[in-house]
Every structure is written in C-alpha cells, then in structure tokens.
Design a protein around this ligand. Structure first.
Ligand code: SF4
Length: 239
C-alpha cells in the first residue's frame, strides 16, 4: 500500500487540525477525479512522493502534540484489507480518525464499525450521481454499486458515528436536480456539502477544458444545495 500524505490540513477534517493520508487504488473511475495518481495502480503513473503505512504511523506519532486527527482518504480506503488495523493504530496514538469513502464497499464499513478499536470518529460519504447512474463510473465488471451505496448509507445512518455527505457540483449539467432527488433518500439529517467543480489534473483530460466560469460553477453548487434543502436536507453550498 502506498500513501500520499498531506502533513497538516485545516480543511479535510471539520474543525480539526489533521494530517490526511490518501491511500492508493480505487474501484471507480470518475472522469473528473482530481487524484489520477491515486486511482491508477501502476507504479509508473505515480509522480507523488509516497510513504508506507508504517512511515505514516511514525509521522503521526511524532506530530501527535499538534494534530488532533487523521483523515484516511483515497483512492478508496475501504479496498485496503489492512484498513481496520491502520485505524486502530491511529486511535492508539491517540488521534481522532475521519474516513472518506465512496460507499461502494459496505462489507468493510460493517467490519470497522463492529469493533470499537477500528470505529472511525467521523465518516464522509461521497455521493457522486444518482445511484442508478453509478454504472457510468465503474472500473471493471458490472456490479450492484447502487445497492452497495444504499447499504453503506444505511450502515452509516445507524452507526451512531458523526458523519456528513459530499457532492461535487459537476459542469455541463452532468449532475442535475433529478440526481439530487434520487440521492436524497440516502441522506439523513447530517450536513450535505456541495462543492463547485474545478478543472485541472482530472483523470479524463477533457474535463480540464470545461468552459464554464467559476461563477457559473459556484452557482450550480449553490442551486443543488438549495434543491437539497427543498427536499428537507441540510444542503450546504459554497461560500
Ligand atoms: S471515487 Fe474518488 S478517488 Fe475514486 S475515481 Fe472517483 S473521485 Fe477518484
């Protein structure tokens, strides 16, 4: 397992000073993905400095006086079979743990929630498109990704763990109010954050050439957040 480490961040864990560990490998291929080095498993595609899990743990130990938490992101961290042990080691330091996930591997969520030692303190679930459209993002053979996503959302709702939902407001009407309507049943009373898309370093380079202005992209994120609020959710737009 290779991990790219952001040593200090005020943005990745709400209200906390945290380090963010981005683990390699992902089962999706979102064309707008801003971490192309992380989603491709081939080492030659990596140009980011990476650390081993033990090196990350050593760093976290060393910085425990200034950090209050660690974020485990990706890629998709739930693909990593040693994730439960990695979370447990971070909690022993002790640091709070936030897990970012695309929600397509509920079996791992079930496993880490079941044991106090590996239970994260915060979960952020990415909601990308209407569940019925996730087939557009799958890397590999068709799978019941929509069912997996719904199962993950239900596990998170019932876990008692603090959580939030995140959706990127994509350009070119790639995500619309109909997606928000289909996603709404997966969202409970927790915050649902909408961020504006920004081009640059996308997995599919054509997404770097979007002609919409920053103002248009911000407005799309605000409009989708408003749609979420109309549906009774805690939609939060940019700004
Ligand atoms: S799920 Fe996240 S890391 Fe994976 S391809 Fe999509 S945006 Fe990239």
């Amino acid at each position: 397992m290779k991990i790219a480490l952001r040593k200090t961040s005020l943005l990745d864990y709400p209200g906390k000073i945290a380090a963010a560990a981005f683990v390699s490998g992902c089962n999706l291929r979102c064309p707008w993905c801003h971490n192309p080095e992380l989603v491709r498993p081939e080492p030659e595609s990596w140009n980011t400095e990476t650390l081993s899990p033990d090196e990350v743990l050593a760093f976290l130990h060393k910085r425990r006086a200034v950090l209050s938490g660690a974020v485990i992101s990706g890629g998709e961290p739930c693909l990593w079979k040693d994730l439960p042990g990695f979370i447990a080691e971070i909690k022993k330091i002790p640091l709070l743990v936030k897990l970012d996930t695309n929600g397509t591997i509920p079996s791992m969520l079930e496993m880490i929630f079941a044991d106090e030692k590996s239970r994260p303190d915060y979960i952020a679930l990415d909601l990308k498109l209407a569940p019925s459209r996730y087939a557009l993002l799958i890397n590999g053979p068709a799978a019941n990704t929509a069912g997996a996503l719904k199962q993950s959302a239900a596990l998170i709702h019932s876990s008692g763990i603090e959580h939030g939902f995140r959706t990127l407001a994509l350009p070119m009407n790639f995500i619309t109010e109909r997606d928000i309507e289909e996603l709404a049943p997966l969202v409970d009373e927790a915050p649902w954050q909408f961020r504006a898309f920004r081009g640059g370093n996308c997995l599919d380079k054509t997404w770097d050439c979007i002609e919409e202005t920053e103002a248009e992209l911000e407005k799309r994120a605000k409009d989708l957040a408003e749609k979420a609020r109309q549906l009774g959710k805690r939609g939060i737009g940019p700004g």
